[in-house]
Design a protein around this ligand. Structure first.
Ligand SMILES: [Ca+2]
Ligand SMILES: [Ca+2]
Length: 174
């Protein structure tokens, strides 16, 4: 099944395969929402919440770049809280989204690939990051499940999740 996603902030229209290789552990391809608001502005940044199709880490990053944006980087508690509040306000209380976080070449430290910065602030889910052996959990998702808040989990980059894109507020794709 092919879905055409058109952003209000862009005239670009991109097609992606949806619902592939879904192991059922995560959210459905299209999340139920209270309204059609997919955009947020906060602290000089704007965000686009892709709640329509799932992709692996690399597909999510490519999608954001095609919109002139970057895959999400959460660099403060305030940013984490604001994104959590947006999800709750829009009825997205169960969901898994890619961030741009991935392992450094030393295979120990984490970096935001979208900015190149080291990860300083973290909000790991309890017992995470656990880097489950064999599957290589080298990318970070953010997850919200009811009242657990917006927490982080390392998992394989090949998993297919929803995504959040980010760009400077004054960015204009002209
Ligand atoms: Ca950010
Ligand atoms: Ca994990």
């Amino acid at each position: 099944m092919w879905i055409c996603v058109c952003l209000l902030i862009s005239t670009a229209c991109i097609s992606y395969a949806a619902g592939q290789n879904d192991d059922g552990a995560f959210t459905s391809a299209v999340l139920p929402k209270k309204n059609n608001n997919n955009q947020l502005e906060f602290a000089g940044q704007k965000y686009y919440f892709n709640t329509v199709f799932k992709a692996n880490y690399f597909g999510a990053m490519a999608y954001c770049k095609q919109q002139g944006m970057e895959l999400l980087s959460i660099e403060s508690q305030a940013e984490n809280k604001r994104i959590e509040l947006f999800l709750v306000e829009n009825g997205l209380t169960y969901g898994h989204f890619w961030t741009s976080a991935t392992k450094s070449v030393d295979n120990v430290h984490w970096k935001w690939l979208s900015t190149g910065r080291d990860i300083v602030y973290t909000n790991w889910y309890w017992s995470e990051p656990n880097n489950i052996p064999i599957v290589w959990e080298h990318c970070i998702e953010i997850r919200i499940e009811g009242t657990t808040g917006l927490t982080w989990n390392d998992l394989p980059c090949s998993r297919e999740l929803l995504s959040i894109c980010e760009a400077p507020k004054n960015y204009c794709r002209c």
